[in-house]
Ligand binder design. Structure first.
Ligand SMILES: Cc1ncc(COP(=O)(O)O)c(C=O)c1O
Length: 458
């Protein structure tokens, strides 16, 4: 079977195949936005489409390509791993590669977190962490934050703070209590009955890129200790250098009880994830020989995912990508703040490292205000498309809208970007913002028509 020839000969059918057999609504959205390109190859921070156009990837597959796409070292390790012919997933054994990756994760994890459970995804890591916390504390309640995103399987969805994801799935897990993010008083009230197994939190919230005050996470740690709740840090997105530290909790010197990682761990090649916790907590779940599979999965420790994880950590450390993420993040944030000083629609830049939220808001000037109000009346999610669509269409830069109804564009570039990539993005943003500040103009009309089209075809 020659997969390269098959892909080449049938590439034109891509969107039809998805329309027919996968998710036709996604195909419609991509077509309406003009995001329906055929990408045929990728390298580092760039995607290349069928016409040879290079796109700067400031989305990085929702954060999985921290080390860039198709990293040659990870590819070589994967090929070598297959060549060894070693067994994988014997299940009635334990493997060397998973042992080595667990050792590496324990080395980089904060504090005394040293026991590892491997998963196939972020949401599975969250599910496991919730089960570990419930079993270790013998309590069932879980406190989570408004606007939190922890994945979309039913357990993780029960601690998801976005109504759009929760609706049509109720009732979810009982005993899950929301509190506002960055509010220690509300957290203390929620924990004070001492009946809570865990508080789960993203150290920096992904939907919108919200960063807590500096006293928040240390305060969270103290309150969890005071009331006997475990602290679960969901670092599925923020982990492995994304925010300019190996883990986002390192910014505040906080050691959680359970830390969940996933996304960037395999260099984007193979689904992978891990829960890293203390031996004491692990031992409360796996507390006898007949409970050695008390929580388990089939693929979690597969050799390819484990080898890709080892290679990816090697690249992150060898190429100083954590330090680079901090440095490039500062560069981009400074550049964006300079733009915010010049463009009234641009209200705030929030970010650490290369996880950056670009917040838009109502303008002061009369004519622009008319356009802003009109669009928001049609659809609360429309405005950001006026930024992301021309960024791709005119400047070949891929970005995303950060969440429902919050007028935030989010960038998650790979940690390998250089000054030229950052300049390219800032120059493109300057031009896109300049167009968006003319009203009436073709930019506003295009988005208005897009709103009308989506409303009609909904
Ligand atoms: C913070 C966080 N937790 C959990 C998840 C879920 O991960 P996955 O999509 O691998 O299930 C995500 C995904 O975006 C995430 O950002």
């Amino acid at each position: 079977m020659d997969i390269a020839s098959i892909i080449k000969s049938r590439a034109r059918e891509t969107y039809d195949l998805h329309r027919q057999y996968v998710n036709p609504q996604l195909v419609r959205v991509l077509e309406v936005l003009g995001f329906n390109r055929n990408y045929t190859s990728a390298k580092g921070a760039r995607l290349i489409d069928e016409n040879g156009r290079e796109v700067l990837d400031f989305l990085s597959g929702f954060g999985v390509f921290g080390i860039g796409r198709n990293h040659p070292l990870v590819a070589q390790v994967l090929r070598d791993m297959m060549e060894t012919g070693s067994p994988s997933m014997v299940q009635m054994d334990v493997g060397i590669v998973s042992g080595l990756l667990a050792e590496s994760l324990a080395r980089i994890a904060p504090g005394d977190l040293e026991s590892v459970f491997f998963t196939n995804s972020g949401t599975e890591g969250v599910e496991g962490a919730l089960k570990f916390a419930r079993q270790a504390t013998k309590k069932t309640k879980v406190v989570y934050c408004d606007r939190a995103f922890h994945g979309l399987t039913l357990g993780a969805l029960s601690v998801n703070g976005t109504e759009e994801f929760r609706e049509r799935n109720e009732p979810l897990l009982p005993g899950c209590v929301p509190v506002p993010f960055n509010d220690l008083g509300a957290l203390e009230s929620a924990l004070s009955d001492r009946d809570v197994a865990a508080f789960i939190v993203e150290p920096i919230q992904g939907k919108g890129v919200f960063i807590p005050d500096d006293d928040y996470l240390p305060g969270v740690r103290r309150l969890c200790d005071k009331y006997g709740a475990l602290l679960i840090a969901d670092e599925v997105q923020t982990g492995l250098g994304r925010t300019g530290r190996m883990f986002a909790v390192n910014h505040w010197d906080v050691v959680p009880d359970l830390l969940v990682v996933s996304k960037a761990l395999s260099g984007g090649y193979i689904p992978v994830g891990a829960i890293i916790t203390r031996r004491e907590i692990y031992s409360k779940v796996f507390d006898s020989m007949d409970r050695c599979f008390a929580h388990s999965n089939t693929f979690g420790q597969n050799n390819l995912a484990m080898a890709a994880g080892l290679a990816t950590l090697h690249v992150i450390e060898q190429d100083n990508l954590v330090e680079r993420s901090a440095r490039m993040g500062k560069f981009l944030i400074n550049g964006l703040e300079e733009l915010a000083g010049r463009y009234e629609l641009l209200h705030e830049i929030r970010g650490k490292g290369l996880m950056i939220g670009i917040q838009f808001g109502a303008p002061e000037s009369f004519t622009l205000k008319t356009g802003w109000k009109l669009l928001h009346k049609m659809n609360g999610d429309l405005f950001c498309q006026m930024i992301t669509i021309p960024l791709l269409e005119k400047h070949d830069i891929l970005t995303q809208v950060a969440g429902h109804g919050i007028d935030t564009v989010k960038i998650l570039p790979p940690l390998i970007i250089d000054n030229a990539d950052a300049d390219c993005f800032l120059e493109a943003m300057d031009k896109v913002l300049k167009d968006a500040h003319k009203f009436p103009s073709s930019a506003w009309t295009t988005i208005k028509n897009l709103g009308l089209r989506t409303a009609k075809t909904a």
